[in-house]
Write a protein that binds this ligand. Structure first.
Ligand SMILES: Cc1ncc(C[n+]2csc(CCOP(=O)(O)OP(=O)(O)O)c2C)c(N)n1
Ligand SMILES: [Mg+2]
Length: 789
């Protein structure tokens, strides 16, 4: 194992009594996490023959770190993302604080019980950030610290409500590229109050990690302006190094390959001794030094690395005296204190019953008392721990889930609704925000926009001109000062309302996730809007899922979309995104055609983003300018738009056919419908601004007799009932045809779905719609084929 040389130290260490108490608490959480996993796998009844799983080694690797933090260092305003596989340790900590129930622990990984990985939305105790998809829980803390700064700059957050945003991560998580994308963005925004603490056990899931990464992480983080603190040796090791031969021992540790260190850890004291004697036994002082330790003590000495030494950890954490971001590399042993410590296959390894019982006996816990928080301790010790836990700073009454007020929305009649005769939904989106920016509504003050280098090309320019860019560092618009003409006035201030990101879509979703949790984390509501090109949603898909899973609330505006971007097309065409919108729980997908629809949907979205049972919204927009309908946007029409569909041209009684369209392809559907009417009077034309809302309402209605969700007939059922039961449908969307093909299942009406199934070339709309067969003649061909049985 090669180790870095920087050590953290301070003049005043914690007192011995505190260390002793913390040691006992660490034993508790190591035991409880081991037992929770054991119970779930070996004691609780199994009904399906599936492995339950759990990660005892990953937990044991981090118990010292978590004991030091939760039982000493943390303050209630601090927010922590815990490495996914240490979830049982977190729940054990909460259990000792009295914030987690025994029932939850007993039901670890069972429905309604403590979750496999910490979950803000599903766990019942106080999880700050969900984790699970490694890397994302790390980066979200940096973005949350940026949100904290944003709120502070806007005078919404007092200093005493500011905390540190902390990630406890595994070393293999450092392979996730999203961490480095976040690091770059964090550097640009000069983030602070962020600690990333690596459980540096040099094991991943499959293997021992590569020696070549030694010292690389330190370099990377230092280069990016972080304070790097390497916690490499425990105190006992540091004591040993002071003796004759100590330097050689230290050098040996430094140069030992990761794999050998892990193997010797697993084999134990005798193996350590043999290896050390063989490698450096001739160095003066080594043999006498080693002879001072029996085999067990030698094993302890060699494995009590910085991350397992409370004194070392507490000194390091308490010596932080700036808000500079800190990167702690805490050397640990995976499975420390468990029989498979250091074994390369221990990631998903489970102790067998004999081993668990041996651990229990060693702690003096009587059979049957396994769940008792202080079992195995004498009365004084138990009392001492209880008193200590009551006084722990992190356990003090504090409102860690503050309730944020709702932001009032402008009345419907004053909500912006641009009135051009011809407009695209993207341009109209920009105008709506521009109009809001000019006003002084509460809504406008709480909107915060963000975009990964596509601010201008997604029409956010007007908004940014008025509301400015946000950065803690003020910066004038140099082009303006130099009197150079430009439509974009990019003034950067601490009161700005647009967060400009570099081209990393993953960061966009992490940013939206952090902004969208502001009301929960900081008690201040923000209404985040992020813009992106529709195809690049896929680039950040896991982070999008992650944000939504945490119940972050935001508006995602994706534009341009489909093949309708025309000559710009090819690689920038998006096909499957409607299905992403439909398939993602917690995200409601709309694809309006007209500006009046868009305006109503945006107003609804700001409400939905704040509703208790609400969620996030995805608007799939276009750059294609469309002639706007000359119509009264009645409350009934608005209702239908928000329910997902309306009859653009209602069908005649018992009509035999309808054309159904979504989004920018409307002119082709309309043209085809006009021709169809010549042969089939009464044919209907159905507009579907949200296949997602429509589909969810339909499936809810179908299952409601069994789930009691309210048994009203679905909106789509009512609409399609206006057609003959034998009617046929031709659906068309600039996207995957399956977005609308399900409509055939509602009433059993024969359906021909049109859409994009291959892609990848530029062209004008005439050629592209022809090539991909979504033009009027293709729609009419499909209508004709409905009559061929
Ligand atoms: C994005 C993602 N890919 C893969 C996994 C599966 N996985 C879970 S843990 C793990 C290795 C973790 O190693 P490390 O971060 O070092 O944690 P340790 O258990 O060693 O503390 C992997 C690959 C995951 N959870 N998330
Ligand atoms: Mg690891």
């Amino acid at each position: 194992m090669r180790l870095a040389e920087t050590e953290a130290h301070s003049e005043t260490g914690p007192d011995t009594a505190t260390i002793e108490t913390l040691r006992l608490l660490e034993d508790r959480i190591r035991w409880l996490s081991t037992w929770t996993i054991h119970n779930a796998n070996n004691i609780r009844e199994k009904r399906d023959g599936l492995k339950v799983g759990g990660h005892q080694a990953s937990c044991a690797s981090m118990t010292t770190l978590m004991a030091a933090l939760y039982f000493h260092v943390l303050r209630p305003e601090d927010r922590v993302a815990v490495k996914p596989h240490a979830s049982p340790v977190f729940h054990a900590v909460e259990y000792l604080f009295g914030k987690q129930s025994l029932d939850q622990l007993k039901n670890f990984r069972a429905l309604g019980g403590a979750q496999s990985y910490p979950s803000r939305t599903k766990d019942k105790d106080d999880v700050d950030f969900s984790t699970g998809s490694v890397g994302l829980g790390v980066a979200i803390t940096a973005f949350s610290s940026l949100v904290q700064d944003y709120l502070t700059s806007h005078d919404w957050l007092d200093k005493d409500r500011q905390g540190r945003m902390i990630s406890l991560l595994g070393d293999a998580e450092l392979d996730e590229g999203n961490i480095y994308e976040a690091l770059i963005e964090a550097h640009k925004h000069r983030i602070r109050n962020t600690w990333w603490i690596v459980d540096y056990n040099r094991q991943s899931l499959d293997a021992i990690t590569n020696d070549r990464m030694f010292r690389r992480f330190d370099d990377v983080f230092r280069t990016m302006g972080w304070e790097v603190v390497t916690l490499k040796y425990g105190k006992r090791q540091q004591e040993a190094f002071k003796h004759k031969g100590g330097d050689a021992l230290r050098d040996w540790i430094d140069s030992c390959p990761n794999e050998l260190y892990a193997a010797l850890t697993y084999k134990g004291g005798e193996a350590w001794r043999a290896q050390l004697i063989s490698d450096i036994g001739e160095v003066p002082g080594i043999k006498p030094l080693l002879s001072e330790y029996d085999d067990d003590q030698l094993s302890d000495l060699m494995t009590e690395l910085g991350g397992h030494c409370l004194e070392t950890l507490l000194e390091a954490f308490s010596s932080v005296d700036s808000d500079k971001p800190h990167f702690f590399i805490a050397y640990t042993i995976k499975g420390k204190g468990l029989p498979f410590a250091g074994h390369k296959d221990n990631h998903a390894g489970l102790l067998n019953t004999k081993q668990v019982e041996a651990m229990r006996d060693q702690l003096g816990i009587a059979p049957g008392d396994e769940w008792k928080p202080f079992s195995g301790l004498n009365g004084d010790q138990a009392k001492g721990l209880e008193n200590y836990l009551r006084a722990v700073p992190f356990n003090q009454p504090a409102n860690r889930r503050p309730l944020a007020d709702k932001i009032d929305l402008p009345e419907k009649d004053v909500f912006p609704k641009p009135g051009s005769a011809k407009d695209s939904t993207q341009a109209a989106f920009g105008k709506i925000l521009n109009d809001l920016a000019k006003g002084d509504s509460d809504l406008a003050s709480r909107i915060v926009t963000t975009s990964p280098d596509v601010t201008v090309s997604t029409n956010l320019g007007g908004w940014v001109n008025q509301r400015g860019l946000y950065n803690r560092d003020e910066k004038a618009d140099l082009f303006k000062e130099e009197k150079i003409e430009s439509a974009q006035k990019w003034i950067m201030t601490s009161s700005g309302q647009h967060l400009e990101l570099g081209i990393a879509e993953n960061n966009l979703f992490l940013m939206l996730g952090a902004l969208g949790m502001s009301h929960h984390l900081f008690g201040e509501r923000l209404l985040p809007i992020g813009t992106v090109y529709d195809p690049f949603i896929s680039r950040g898909l896991d982070a999008l899922n992650y944000a939504v899973y945490q119940d972050a609330r935001f508006m995602l505006v994706a534009t341009p979309a489909g093949v309708t971007l025309g000559p710009e097309g090819g690689a920038h065409q998006s096909i499957g995104t409607p299905l992403i919108g439909m398939g993602q729980p917690g995200l409601t997908y709309f694809e309006p055609t007209y500006v009046d629809e868009l305006s109503a949907i945006m107003r609804w979205s700001f409400d939905h983003m704040q509703a208790d049972e609400g969620g996030s919204v995805y608007l799939r927009l276009t750059t294609r300018p469309l002639v706007q309908p000359d119509r009264v946007f009645s409350p009934e029409l608005e209702q239908d738009v928000l329910k997902g569909a309306y009859w653009h041209v209602p069908p005649g009684p018992g009509a035999e056919i309808a054309i159904v369209y979504t989004g920018a392809i409307a002119p082709e559907a309309i043209a085809a419908h006009e021709q169809l009417l010549e042969d089939v009077p009464g044919a209907g034309l159905l507009a579907v601004p949200s296949a997602d809302v429509l589909h969810r309402d339909w499936t809810r209605s179908r299952r409601s007799p069994w789930t009691g969700e309210g048994g009203t007939t679905s909106h789509v059922d009512k609409l399609l009932s206006q057609l003959s039961p034998q009617a046929g449908l031709v659906t068309v969307v600039d996207g995957a045809p399956s977005t609308l093909s399900w409509l055939g299942g509602v009433k059993g009406q024969r359906t021909i779905p049109l859409g994009i199934e291959t892609f990848g070339q530029s062209g004008d709309l005439i050629d592209l719609y022809d090539t991909y067969r979504i033009n009027p003649s293709a729609i009419l061909d499909a209508c004709a084929s409905l009559y061929v049985r």
